[in-house]
Design a protein around this ligand. Sequence first.
Ligand code: NAP
Length: 338
Amino acid sequence: MTLVNTQCRLAARPVGLPQASNWSFVEEPVREPAPGEFRVRVEYISVDPAMRSWMNAGRSYVPPVEIGEVMRAAGVGRVIDSHHPDYHAGEYLYGTFGVQRYAVSDGKGVTRVDTTLAPAPVHLGALGFSGLSAYFGLLDIGRPEPGQTVVVSGAAGSVGSIAGQIARIKGCRVIGIAGGADKCRWLVEELGFDAAIDYKAGELRSQLKEHTPDGVDVFFDNVGGDILEQVLARLARGARVVICGAISQYNATEAPRGPANYMQLLVARASMTGFVIFDYAKRYAEGVTQLAQWLRSGELRSREDIVHGGIEQFPDVLLRLFHGENTGKLVLALEGGE
Ligand SMILES: NC(=O)c1ccc[n+]([C@@H]2O[C@H](COP(=O)([O-])OP(=O)(O)OC[C@H]3O[C@@H](n4cnc5c(N)ncnc54)[C@H](OP(=O)(O)O)[C@@H]3O)[C@@H](O)[C@H]2O)c1
């Protein structure tokens, strides 16, 4: 069967926000699978802040995407045809299939997606790396105790919304920081956060003081920059700061801004620890089982922000993350194709 692929490739490394000139689009036939391989039609592409850092040259926790390569992306796809003994036509799989319509895979890094558990896009959010990052980052590194105050930045995003809900499930007081009144309302009214602060309204410092009268025991940070600095100033004694990400710095054209007041860690006898979710690979099953159980019981809610379109839409969809236009997990659902 001859299939024509559409691929989004990295054409040039961006300075600041990615632009149209950083991408190229290529159409070419998809090769037939060799013995031990199968072909997948990608249906959902996970759109992640980390993609911005993969576009940079230099040292990180994964190698950069090279110029001319298909943009790296996780996704969920359906097997079209297979010469692999373990994977069969029609199965839904999760894998790093890239920003392209079709992928050829030998099964490395691929896992089966149980669509009876939840629809496919949820496996990129609450039951995927977002949920797992929230679960292990909060519980393993943040170690919240019942009654403690947990602050989450990027709280209406994919990871943040799950981290805050897990803190609530664990009996903590949860304060979310997010951009805009609608997101803040959603956090409190739908997800059960105790309070939410709209950092764009310009009163972060006074709002933090009001909502954390006894200080902050755990800070789950997705944003970095000014928000990190403001929360460091509120740490309770023995606090744990979890560095999940720093999206406010990903498009910086100068050296990323560090917290000028890091000595607050000393004052509070606090720790600040970064983590990479891949280090928890041996415990993914534990995380997914617990997250799925909370979803089933209704204690945890997932939200997917699904944009329908073609591969050509990917550059614009990526920018939504940096403009705060998503609530919950941002996914590009591919239309058309065979
Ligand atoms: N350590 C790990 O292993 C790991 C794994 C997965 C993800 N992460 C990190 O987790 C973080 C969240 O990822 P996600 O997939 O859940 O994305 P997301 O939170 O769903 O989307 C990004 C959100 O960040 C906020 N934002 C963007 N620019 C901002 C700025 N300048 N200042 C403040 N907020 C800004 C926006 O919300 P507002 O409207 O609220 O501004 C936007 O909706 C990222 O930093 C990501 O790199 C880390």
